[in-house]
Design a protein around this ligand. Structure first.
Ligand code: SF4
Ligand code: SF4
Length: 474
């Protein structure tokens, strides 16, 4: 089916030319109130990203995602593999929250919060403006032959980009292996930790490739969240939108002419100055309508508002609005779909809070030693051998740990040189134990027994296990 003529812009993306080659975007430097606000948000988030691996709460790193050792800290709370269910529920909540937010407010996350946009627009692009100048100067430099000026500017820029990419990689490593370990590795020198240095170099290369070359392609081609927009957005979603009713009028947009009565001539308020297109970091023309490439960065809103101000027309020709907003002038309303997402979200948050409240600081697991049944000892004593594992999720050492049988006659003997069990803060203690009981107390070939774990006199955890005995035939 042939694309309608007013939709042909959807046949290709702005960053690829007709020969299928990369079409480099030279966006104009944004300016305006929204850009200033985005700067504040971005610098706050950057400070958060760079500092949180070095912040400690009760001795725990504020945020840590140690996938290799399967240890996670979220807001200073340590999570173990045993808390995986909490992790899964948190992830589902995160996905529903983002979905709900996207249905309501489109790709606002991309423009204001996404690290890709923040690093690209607020760090790398700003360095580029500082070294190469604004859009026109960048285009001229690009066409320029490789003279001393171009070589100098390019080398400085690439070197700074590389340093920042290396810094970002180190921060990611601090999230992955922990900041204490990272600082220790730095102190001991890279030659001592080649196994870490190699992935660090690979990450640096990936970040450099993304921010120096791949850039907006991440949002347009690679990001799965961007791809979701097609199914999540509807005509009620608030997005960065061009008010085509106002901009086009009855007789379309037209270049500005002083002292011309545009209204009388039926022309819209858009003066076809192309500033919204020039400022766009993904190279699109928002006047064509909502497009997958738009990361809601608001640069075109600021730019068009500046133009409107200059020609004495009301601001907001490009603004945050929904399609219905523009077509029917209706205000924002919660749709049935949004209400459904909100209900699910509230329920899941309730479930998560309940699970967090019931979460134990100590986790005990007692398991039968594989391949072992029971041993018949003198005086009709039956013995079973088990392994135990104690996980201490707190930041304090648990001392003087003992195990006691609850409501049943029997003894527990730990296989330990000292007979003492201690679990380090954030640590794990493992060992073997024998449980012995009179055959008469078992009352069959299997009995469920309850084991209490104490620290001194304080009961810290309870677990159950099956005790095996000989089958009785009477
Ligand atoms: S900046 Fe505003 S006036 Fe200029 S082309 Fe874009 S929409 Fe039209
Ligand atoms: S269309 Fe506007 S909001 Fe969307 S990416 Fe371009 S400049 Fe940013």
């Amino acid at each position: 089916m042939e694309t309608p003529s007013n939709e042909v812009f959807r046949d290709s993306i702005a960053t690829i030319n007709e020969e299928g080659k990369r079409s480099w975007i030279f966006p104009k430097k944004p300016s305006g109130p929204l850009y200033e606000k985005r700067k504040v948000v971005s610098y706050f988030l950057l400070a958060f990203l760079f500092l949180s691996p070095f912040i400690k709460v009760n001795g725990n790193q504020f945020l840590m995602f140690n996938v290799l050792e399967r240890r996670f800290n979220i807001f200073g709370f340590p999570f173990w593999p045993q808390d995986f269910h909490l992790f899964v529920v948190s992830m589902i909540i995160g996905v529903i929250f983002i979905t709900l937010f996207t249905v309501g407010f489109g790709r606002i996350f991309c423009g204001w919060i996404c690290p890709q946009t923040i690093f690209m627009e607020m760090v790398f692009r700003r360095i580029e403006y500082w070294i190469d100048g604004d859009r026109n100067k960048q285009m001229r430099l690009d066409r320029q032959k490789w003279d001393a000026e171009k070589i100098r500017k390019r080398l400085i820029k690439w070197f700074i980009f590389l340093i920042i990419s290396f810094l970002i990689s180190n921060i990611f490593l601090a999230y992955l292996i922990g900041s204490d370990k990272l600082l220790r590795y730095v102190k001991e020198g890279p030659s001592e930790h080649l196994g870490t240095l190699i992935p660090l170099a690979i990450f640096t290369g990936v970040f450099y490739f993304i921010f120096a070359w791949f850039r907006e392609q991440v949002c347009i081609i690679a990001c799965p969240y961007g791809r979701l927009q097609g199914v999540l957005l509807d005509t009620k979603s608030i997005v960065v939108a061009y008010d085509h009713k106002r901009g086009e009028g009855e007789n379309g947009r037209k270049k500005f002419r002083k002292n011309e009565d545009r209204q009388a001539l039926g022309h819209g308020d858009c003066i076809d100055c192309f500033q919204c297109v020039h400022v766009c970091p993904t190279g699109i023309d928002i006047r064509n309508g909502t497009q997958l490439e738009c990361v809601n960065c608001t640069a075109c809103i600021d730019e068009c508002d500046t133009i409107m101000e200059k020609i004495n027309l009301p601001k907001g020709l490009i603004r945050y609005a929904s399609e219905e907003n523009i077509e029917k002038k209706t205000p924002f309303k919660l749709t049935a779909r949004m209400k459904g997402y909100i209900a699910v979200l509230v329920i899941l948050i309730g479930v998560l809070l309940g699970m967090l409240a019931l979460r134990n600081d100590v986790e005990a697991r007692v398991l039968r030693l594989p391949g072992q049944l029971y041993e018949h000892k003198e005086n009709n004593i039956i013995s079973n051998v088990f392994t135990y594992k104690l996980v201490n999720k707190t930041s304090e050492t648990i001392e003087d740990v003992s195990f006691k049988l609850r409501g049943i006659d029997g003894t527990i003997k730990l296989v330990s040189a000292t007979g003492e069990v201690t679990v380090d803060a954030q640590g794990l203690a493992e060992g073997t134990m024998f449980i012995e009981m009179k055959q008469s107390a078992i009352g069959g070939d299997k009995k469920k027994i309850r084991i209490d774990v104490y620290s001194g006199e304080q009961l810290i955890e309870t677990t159950t296990v099956s005790f095996l005995g000989p089958r009785s035939f009477n």
